[in-house]
Every structure is written in C-alpha cells, then in structure tokens.
Design a protein around this ligand. Structure first.
Ligand code: TRP
Ligand code: SF4
Length: 330
C-alpha cells in the first residue's frame, strides 16, 4: 500500500519505569505487528506522567529512558514508526487548551478512571485541574496526528469513547477536521503479578522484560497458584490461577489446553505447568534482552532516535494546528 493511503495508528505509554509483561502482552506485541501495516506514531506521554508524579517529577526522565530502551529492545523500529516524546511537541498543549474550552465539564466528571484514581491513590493529591483533564490531553495526542485507530487495552476503552465524543463535537462546531479514532482493543486478559493482583509497576509485583532469566524463573516459581491445589492430587481450576493468566498470553493454545486439562484432572503438578510458561517466556524475551542491552549502553543514540521521531511528529502536528487555527478563525 502506498504511504499516503496507509491508515494512521497512534498509541501512548506513560513513563512509569521498566516495561513489564503486561506492557508486552497488552500493548507492545500489537504495536510491533502494526508497524508493517500502518503509519504508526508511538509516544511516551511525559505530561501524563507528570500529572500523577508532579511531586516526584525528577524520575520522569529516567523512566522515559527505560521505556525507550524497552521499546527498541522489543523491536519497535524508528525506520518504520515515529517514536517520540509528547512533551517535546508543544502543539499537543495548544490543542489540549483549545479542546478544554469545548469539553463540557460533566463529561470529565463522569470518567470512571478519574474517580477510581481518587479512591485508589491516597499518598498524593490527584484532585487537580490537570488530572481531571487527563482524557482531554489524551484526545489531543490522538487527534493531532489525525489517527484513524488507537490500540489500547480494555482499561482505556472509556478514554477512547471520550475522545470520539470530543471529536464529534469539534467537527460539528468547526467542520470536519478530524477522523473519529477507532479503538483497536487488545484482547489479552489482565495479567496477574507475582502477588496475584493485577501486574503493575505501582504494586511492586511486576515481571520485567529486563529481568534476568534467573529472576524471571524465580518470580514465577514462587507465584501462588489456584488455592484448591494443595496437593498434586487435588484438581484445580486454571481460570482461578494467577499463573495461568501468563499461560494465556505466552503459551500457544494447544499446549495451554493440554495443561488446563492436566490441572483440572490433577494430572500434572504446578511446577511442571509453571516450567512450560517459564521456558516459553525466556525464549520470547531472550532476543529482546539482547537488543535492549545494546541500546542501554548507548544512551546518546537512544536520545537521538527520539529526537528524530520528535522532528517527524512535530511536522505533522504543526500542519494540523494550522488547519485547526484556521477552522476556529484565529
Ligand atoms: N492514558 C494512556 C494509559 O494510561 C496513555 C495515553 C496517553 C495514550 N495518550 C494516549 C494511549 C493516546 C493511547 C493514545 O495507558
Ligand atoms: Fe495453575 Fe498450572 Fe497449577 Fe493449575 S497446574 S493451578 S494452572 S500452575
């Protein structure tokens, strides 16, 4: 397909530290696949990071670097995709400001992630103007590249619905400037972390792409399994097993079905079952880790790659903003 006709895909990731298996299964694996089919923009959303880390903002730069090397490690390719930093493209801030003037306040007040974060995060004050506007900034990220599709996990579905509503409102008032972005939902189920809760950097339960084979093995070997399986002779329910969420993401279906059957009939032990997912993971991760190490040793190259991406992104963003200003009448 010619460059011009290719659909535009955009997605973003907050700089929260090292990428873990959840990032791989929920986002990066898909992003890799899209690189050859679409014109892809992938951004590290530094300002979104700041909205929740403003009291600890010095970590954002280091986290950004970690995310960048993880991206390059898994094979996101600056020759194919535009890899860039949100905060280097000031036009996102301008579009965010303009959108903020047309977004009705009740739309923001009913965003479930906002309420949820107020409840869950108690060690800092997220009841801020900027944090309320989080989905508006996300909408600006998407619209400024006229993205046709946004690959995200289930947890972002509402934000995408919000972005579409804002798009329709903008287009209705100012003319058809933006395509309505579609959601490319990733079907991967939520991965459990080492403690059985959802895998997340903030829970300290993550298995990182950059963990050594020994650490990966150790983390999974000590994970809790279905509590019904006290002894090897007790049948279990794979659907209730945190480890099996990893099987769903990293073991092929045929082998996985066989293991599930073995679990239900008490035909295999948990150690044996865990070893299958461990081996499969280590195979997947080995080439990533190798490539990652090369980039990690050349920080300057990594920042240069991002700078190149910034330039490409900026060009597109500037062009869009010219259109937007004209449509508004400035
Ligand atoms: N809110 C997203 C998350 O927490 C990150 C994000 C910011 C994003 N801007 C985006 C995702 C634009 C997709 C498109 O995961
Ligand atoms: Fe989990 Fe596998 Fe043990 Fe079943 S056999 S409880 S799926 S680790």
């Amino acid at each position: 397909m010619s460059e011009k006709k290719k659909k535009i895909v955009l997605s973003g990731m907050r700089p929260t530290g090292l990428c873990h298996l959840g990032h791989l299964a929920g986002a990066l694996r898909n992003w890799l696949k899209f690189q050859d089919q679409y014109k892809c923009f992938y951004t590290i959303v530094t300002w979104h990071g700041f909205s929740s880390e403003y009291q600890n903002s010095k970590v954002i730069k280091d986290y950004t670097f970690e995310v960048a090397v993880d991206w390059l490690g898994v094979g996101l390719d600056p020759e194919k995709s535009v890899l860039f930093l949100q905060s280097e493209i000031k036009e996102h801030a301008e579009l965010h400001l303009l959108l903020s003037m047309i977004v009705p306040l009740p739309w923001l007040q009913r965003v479930p992630t906002f309420k949820e974060m107020q409840r869950e995060i108690t060690d800092r004050d997220l009841n801020t103007y900027g944090f309320l506007g989080y989905p508006v900034l996300q909408t600006a990220d998407i619209l400024i590249y006229k993205a046709n599709a946004v690959p995200v996990g289930e947890d972002q579905a509402f934000h995408l619905e919000f972005a579409r509503e804002v798009t329709r409102r903008f287009n209705r008032i100012f003319g058809n400037i933006f395509p309505e972005p579609q959601t490319f939902l990733t079907e991967v189920p939520k991965l459990a972390g080492t403690d059985g809760r959802k895998m997340s950097n903030s829970y300290g339960n993550a298995i990182f792409l950059n963990d050594s084979p020994e650490v990966t093995r150790q983390k999974i070997s000590t994970m809790k399994t279905d509590t019904r399986r006290k002894r090897k002779t007790d049948p279990g329910v794979p659907e209730d097993c945190p480890v099996f969420t990893l099987h769903k993401a990293f073991v092929d279906k045929e082998k996985r079905d066989e293991l599930a059957e073995g679990c239900r009939k008490a035909g295999i032990g948990c150690l044996e079952c865990k070893n299958v997912v461990i081996e499969s993971l280590l195979n997947t991760l080995a080439p990533y880790r190798e490539r990652r190490n090369k980039f990690e040793k050349k920080p300057q190259l990594v920042w240069e790659i991002l700078e190149e991406g910034n330039k490409k992104a900026r060009q597109v963003a500037q062009k869009t903003m010219e259109e937007v200003r004209t449509a508004i009448g400035f």
